[in-house]
Ligand binder design. Sequence first.
Ligand SMILES: C[S@@+](CC[C@H](N)C(=O)[O-])C[C@H]1O[C@@H](n2cnc3c(N)ncnc32)[C@H](O)[C@@H]1O
Length: 387
Amino acid sequence: MEARRGVARDAGAEHGPGWAESVRGAGAGGSTSPTFSLQWQLPAESRSTRRCRPLPKAVRDALEHVHEEVVARYYGCGLVIPECLLSCRILDLGCGSGRDCYLLSQLVGEQGHVTGIDMTEGQVEVAKKHIAYHMNKFGYRKPNVEFLHGYIEKLSDAGLADESYDIVISNCVINLTPDKKAVLQEAFRVLKPGGEMYFSDVYASQRLSETIRKHRVLWGECLAGALYWRDLYSITEEVGFSPPCLVTASPITIGDKELEGIIGDCRFVSATFRLFKVPGGSRAGPGQVIYNGGIMGHERELVFDANFTFKEGEVVDVDAEMAAILQSSRFAEEFLIRAGASATAAQGNCCKRAKEKICNPFQLLEQLAAPGPACCPRGTSGPPGCC
Ligand SMILES: C[S@@+](CC[C@H](N)C(=O)[O-])C[C@H]1O[C@@H](n2cnc3c(N)ncnc32)[C@H](O)[C@@H]1O
């Protein structure tokens, strides 16, 4: 499978899924037909963008400690490691063999906790098999991770209580679920107020035809179940989350003529979004915030999403949505937050103007590919070429 995809398997590189074929090949009960030659590629532009956001050292180190069998059965499509994790309780929806759980288990520390849940028994078995190995490696006296066999649309069946997690993550899974709203509702239910869902998945540039949705190979490749990206915004609003913050996007190209014919002009992208469960009372107006530089591994700047980068000690104008997120989440103590937009933001000028937010992952891909200053941080300054 690796040769077929030709994508580097580091924590920042997105890895084509094709998980069902591989899992079945390994005797764990996958259910699709053999797959063709889809290419999940990171083009040069995207790679150079990743150079602007190197993996924090803590994440690189943590990755080296994960058992090779767990890593070999990783089928994610993005990096689902948010910031500010110490002592957090995290739930991984569709954890597979547990690579992301074991990464996070190190980053939350011994006082934190990570639960992984997956419907594929073989993957859960692999994850469980290596608990002792990892706890020993991390020097923990008792395990801070657990793995459950179950369905992410029915977390209550697995005994997961309301408001019991700080963060829910998911990596290339929701596309495989027919009822995406049920999954997001369950994630919302188990999150504490101010909690966050941080997840990578595959999105389509349009609603998919029935032919695509029923195509077994495309399903196994995590494409046939991809959500039209705009529908994510409407479903999350119905569920009660804050509007999605688009973090990053990587292109997916299809290298097979027959499949290209079926897909037509539809395009696919792997994108990471963050959603917050903002308590009703904390919805605020626009404001100004200053990051205190207190998050480990992000002391100089916190790249929150594609629209906001917070440099330590710098005043940043934020809209009402971001003000409410920062105020009500675990990030609150890392920021000084002042209500009311600044005069500069209201008037607008080149580098301080509140620019139009990027919500469309396909537009973000184009922006990342466009020539411009190599490391222009987005969010605190104007449009590309402006800083
Ligand atoms: C592409 S793999 C990704 C696995 C893992 N997140 C990783 O990064 O390696 C998709 C995983 O989602 C799981 N999955 C799909 N639908 C599910 C559901 N409704 N409930 C629980 N797990 C599900 C599959 O069993 C599979 O392990």
